[in-house]
Design a protein around this ligand. Structure first.
Ligand SMILES: CC(C)(COP(=O)(O)OP(=O)(O)OC[C@H]1O[C@@H](n2cnc3c(N)ncnc32)[C@H](O)[C@@H]1OP(=O)(O)O)[C@@H](O)C(=O)NCCC(=O)NCCS
Length: 151
């Protein structure tokens, strides 16, 4: 099978990406559904403020990284969303997307759910340090862990 490739997100990627985001149990816990995700992605693509990357495997979109260029404190990039379709996980797609997102400045902030042990381990291995905790920030009962990779 071909190695994954990363390219800018295109309008045709919005529907398949929204489908695999909404299918993940993580975003179900946040009530983030397919329609809302598709609307958010389409509107981000219309503006010029955000950087959106798509990972492709065998011609199919299988991963998405969405970066707000100055989303962290108005001065550093913030990774708003990183998702890989369930069947494509564990093959290096997430790492490639993260590298692309970091490539904007080298520095990147993100939030990860406290219960998402796999993602916390993934980010730690990629050089992210836990910089703080925000209880009930997005949803009551879930603590968001702030992670930061220095330039
Ligand atoms: C977290 C997430 C983005 C990581 O993406 P991924 O494509 O699975 O990540 P990678 O394949 O690059 O790395 C993950 C694992 O595969 C391994 N891996 C990396 N490259 C690999 C390769 N070429 N072949 C096989 N395995 C590989 C890594 O060692 C890692 O193992 P471990 O974490 O089980 O110890 C993805 O699992 C996901 O979408 N999860 C659900 C949503 C989520 O949690 N998003 C983050 C919210 S903040």
């Amino acid at each position: 099978m071909d190695p994954p490739s990363i390219r800018p997100l295109a309008p045709a990627d919005v529907a398949p990406c929204a489908r695999f985001v909404a299918a993940a149990p993580l975003w179900r816990r946040y009530g983030y559904g397919e329609d809302r995700c598709a609307r958010d992605l389409a509107s981000a693509l219309e503006g010029a403020d955000d950087a959106l990357f798509c990972a492709e495997l065998s011609g199919e979109p299988v991963g998405l990284a969405w970066v707000l260029r100055r989303g962290a404190f108005g001065r550093a990039p913030y990774l708003k969303l990183l998702a890989v379709a369930e069947p494509a996980r564990g093959r290096g797609v997430g790492v490639l997307l993260l590298r692309e997102a970091e490539g904007l400045t080298g520095e990147l902030f993100l939030l990860v759910s406290d219960f998402n042990a796999d993602a916390r381990r993934f980010y730690a291995r990629e050089g992210y340090a836990e910089a703080g905790a925000l209880p009930d920030f997005a949803v009551p009962g879930i603590t968001e862990i702030l992670m930061w990779r220095r330039r």
